[in-house]
Design a protein around this ligand. Structure first.
Ligand SMILES: [Fe+2]
Length: 340
């Protein structure tokens, strides 16, 4: 490498931002120059206005370009494009093939969740997410027959667990609540929104830190207090009643049992001091969160199957909530294991 090339690389390293190739999905052409990293060096892989489709993106992933780089000044334009994509698909959710529309909407919604986590005080991003989640709720409520397919499509999309978990938990929640025949649509909608946004307080630490096997004491403390932080972020900005904010406050109902933030330790279940009785809404939001945590992989453990996750649910609630436990099992049997 010449001295000039070295200078150029050095200057690029200050100007480029690493992003996921996911941010190019659903675009017809690149809105800016796209760089990749090969043998430790930045290289231009797609010029501005290059044609892109599924095959182009697949080839880039196959060539180790799952992480791409854009100039910092161009990032905003890319985010705006994808937010417009989300807006468009959200508005037309009920038109066309429901699987295709649903798959695209949950993918873009999850991408926007990553924008929200990196900028949680941004009202436009939060409002877009709120409106999109509301529309998704109505869409899913009307179509329980597509939940299993969407679940499978979403797992295939391989989003980071931080962003995948709230969507999966909320998808299960809507199915269970609908099957209980106890709640009106409006009540289901409020609980769906509560479940989806409950972990937004986790945005206090950068997403990269979630991939570390251990965190500093300070970061662990910040994470443990995420239910309260979620309330601070949401209060007065999205429509949630004090009762729903209380569900967020208490959504780690079972986590006192464990060092793992989202997965309780069943060996401590006999310790009556950590068992507590709670309302059905908090319990169900909490338990669907535990299931979603188990079925999404972590850097330090692989994903548990949906079927096996029900063993933990049994250990956690079958004694104190036998009727609710039966409801949850019936739901998973009828939707996810109907062919077993
Ligand atoms: Fe949480």
């Amino acid at each position: 490498m010449t001295a000039f090339d070295a200078l150029k690389q050095n200057s690029l390293s200050f100007k480029l931002l690493p992003i996921s190739i996911r941010e190019l999905f659903y675009l017809g052409e690149t809105p800016c120059d796209i760089f990749g990293m090969s043998d430790g060096l930045f290289k231009l892989i797609l010029r501005k206005h290059s044609f892109i489709n599924g095959q182009v993106l697949k080839d880039l992933i196959a060539n180790n370009h799952s992480t791409i780089f854009v100039l910092q000044d161009h990032r905003k334009a890319l985010i705006e494009l994808q937010q417009n994509n989300l807006r468009t698909v959200t508005r037309s959710l009920s038109i066309g093939d429901p699987i295709e529309k649903g798959r695209k909407q949950i993918s873009l919604l999850t991408l926007n969740m990553s924008y929200l986590y990196s900028d949680p005080t941004n009202d436009d991003t939060l409002n877009l997410q709120y409106q999109s989640v509301k529309n998704l709720c109505a869409f899913l409520y009307e179509r329980p027959e597509i939940h299993e397919r969407l679940y499978k499509e979403f797992i295939k999309q391989k989003h980071h667990f931080i962003f995948a978990q709230p969507l999966l938990a909320s998808l299960f929640l809507i199915g269970i609540l609908k099957q209980s025949h106890v709640y009106s649509f409006k009540e289901v909608e409020s609980l769906f929104i509560t479940s989806y946004f409950k972990d937004i307080g986790m945005s206090v630490i950068p997403v990269e830190k979630y991939d570390q096997t251990s965190l500093s004491d300070e970061d662990s403390a910040l994470l443990s207090s995420h239910p309260t932080t979620s309330i601070h972020i949401l209060q007065g900005r999205i429509k949630l009643s004090p009762a729903h904010l209380a569900v967020i406050e208490n959504h780690h109902l079972f986590s006192l049992l464990s060092n793992d933030l989202h997965i309780p330790d069943t060996t401590k279940l006999d310790d009556r001091s950590v068992k507590m009785i709670s309302g059905f809404e908090t319990m169900i939001v909490s338990i669907t969160d535990v299931i979603a945590a188990m079925i999404t992989p972590r850097p330090y453990r692989s994903a548990t199957s949906l079927f096996d996750s029900l063993d933990l649910v049994k250990a956690l609630i079958s004694e104190d909530y036998p009727t609710e436990f039966r409801l949850i099992v019936t739901y998973f049997k009828s939707v996810f294991f109907k062919n077993k």
